[in-house]
Each structure stands twice: as structure tokens, then as C-alpha cells.
Design a protein around this ligand. Structure first.
Ligand SMILES: O=C(O)COP(=O)(O)O
Length: 221
């Protein structure tokens, strides 16, 4: 029985590529480094802001990460202030989330995005739809460690195997598998099918609307 859904944020419930590129590139320019195309952030993101900055600096012309500490601080501050540039929900995602919620499921977000930014983005797009929104924060190991999703399951009073975990990167597939949750790969996000299947996806969904069907099928397993 599935009783809760835990969603990744970037590339799963919202297209946030432009927002990350916008803040990072403003800082790259400040340091006379080369701004990077928004598409590159598909691969920079996934393992939190610090890793995103490292990857971006290498491509932007600072392979020795000379500016890392300064840029990291600036990025974290600016991104907490303004994480919403051109952020949009994926097509049919709002309706799908409502359907899952109305089916009686507890709903959560678990993201490697910094906590303040994650809260702002989810609130701006989805209001109070989610019961819990957890971004990256002190004291909880970031994904692919299963700590975040396991804490959410505990908060909800459900077992890990009663949770469906949905995400779009290998980090997410490894997280959901390590947590012992039914792990669903999202093909509309930042990475491809091969990555999801090779990293522990139990099943992949082509479009957001498939999530409800996947949930119903799992109920009748
Ligand atoms: O900001 C990141 O690096 C990843 O965030 P996500 O966990 O929501 O995909």
C-alpha cells in the first residue's frame, strides 16, 4: 500500500534551470568568468549548491576553484533571496499532485536545493499543497543519503515501503532505493532514461500524468 509520495524538486515538480543559471551567471560575470548556458545546469545541479558551483566554476574558466569560497557564499545568499527566476511547474504536474493528494496520500518534497530556496519555490508554485518541504539543511545528510526521505516517512508515521519516491536524476534513484521506497524515475526532467534505469529506478514515468496510473497499479500489486 502506498500512503505517501515524496518528490524531488528541481527537474521533477518544477523546471528550475533558468533560475539557477540566472543567479550563477550573474556571479560568474562579477568575477570576469564565462556565463554558462542554462542547459549545462542539468548536469551541474542534483547534488546541492556547493557541487553546482564547483562544476560551474570549472566550465566558466576557474578549474583550480580559486574563487570557490567567495562564489559559494554569494550564490547561497543570492539564491535564497531570489530563487524564482522563470521557474515553472511541468505541464500537468499541478493536476497530478492534486489527484494524488485527493487519493489520501501524504505529500512531501525532499530536495538538495538549499532549504530556504526550496521552501520559497514550492510555496510560490504549489501554495500549501505539500505537507512537508525539506531542502538541504544542517543536520540532515543530503541525497543520495536516504536520511531526508526516511525522516519524512517517520514524520508521516508511514513505513519506507509505503512511500513512492519520485525524481529525475541518479542521485534521486539512489536515494529512493537506499531508503527502501518505491522509486520512480521522471523522464521529463534534467537527465535521461538510461541514467535513471542504471541507478535503481523501479519504474520510469514518461509524463507527470503517468504518476497516478503508477500509483494505482502499485496499490493493486
Ligand atoms: O539543487 C540541486 O542541486 C538539486 O535539487 P533537487 O534535489 O531538488 O534536484
Amino acid at each position: 500500500m502506498i500512503k505517501a509520495c515524496i518528490f524531488d524538486l528541481d527537474g521533477t515538480i518544477a523546471d528550475t534551470l533558468e533560475s539557477m543559471a540566472y543567479v550563477a551567471n550573474e556571479i560568474m560575470e562579477k568575477f570576469s568568468l564565462k556565463p554558462q548556458p542554462a542547459d549545462n545546469f542539468r548536469y551541474y545541479s542534483g547534488e546541492g549548491a556547493d557541487m553546482l558551483i564547483r562544476r560551474c566554476l570549472i566550465d566558466a574558466g576557474d578549474p583550480e576553484l580559486v574563487h570557490y569560497e567567495e562564489v559559494r557564499e554569494l550564490y547561497r545568499r543570492k539564491f535564497d533571496e531570489d530563487p524564482l527566476y522563470k521557474v515553472v511547474p511541468y505541464k500537468d504536474m499541478p493536476e497530478t499532485l492534486q489527484k494524488l493528494k485527493h487519493a489520501g496520500l501524504k505529500m512531501a518534497v525532499c530536495s538538495n536545493k538549499p532549504h530556504v530556496a526550496a521552501q520559497k519555490v514550492v510555496k510560490a508554485i504549489y501554495g500549501d499543497l505539500f505537507d512537508e518541504v525539506m531542502g538541504q539543511q544542517e543536520g540532515i545528510c543530503r541525497k543520495p543519503a536516504p536520511d531526508g526521505p526516511l525522516k519524512i516517512a517517520e514524520d508521516f508515521g508511514v513505513k519506507p515501503e509505503e512511500c513512492m519516491y519520485i525524481g529525475d536524476t541518479k542521485t534521486d534513484m539512489q536515494t529512493g532505493s537506499a531508503a527502501g521506497m518505491y522509486t520512480v524515475g521522471a523522464l521529463w526532467g534534467f537527465r535521461d532514461r538510461e541514467e535513471l534505469e542504471n541507478n535503481g529506478a523501479d519504474i520510469v514515468a514518461a509524463v507527470p500524468g503517468d504518476l497516478f496510473t503508477i500509483y494505482e497499479e502499485k496499490q493493486h500489486d
